[in-house]
Ligand binder design. Structure first.
Ligand code: ZN
Length: 62
């Protein structure tokens, strides 16, 4: 599976270089509009993460 990076609200407070963190155990889902999203945990602080995915990325990760 490709590595997912997402904005972490907690790590973001440490500075701009900490904004994008690797998402652990991402769970990909598709909403009623056909939009893919991923939920997971920040690899750095363990906080919850959420990210919208492109259709191509979402289909690749399902
Ligand atoms: Zn974090």
């Amino acid at each position: 599976m490709a590595e997912l990076k997402a904005l972490c609200m907690k790590c973001r407070q440490k500075g701009p270089e900490f904004q994008m963190q690797t998402m652990k155990n991402p769970v990909v889902s598709k909403n009623e509009k056909g939009r893919y999203s991923a939920k997971g945990a920040c690899a750095t602080c363990g906080g919850n993460m959420f990210k919208f995915l492109s259709t191509a990325d979402g289909e690749a990760m399902m």
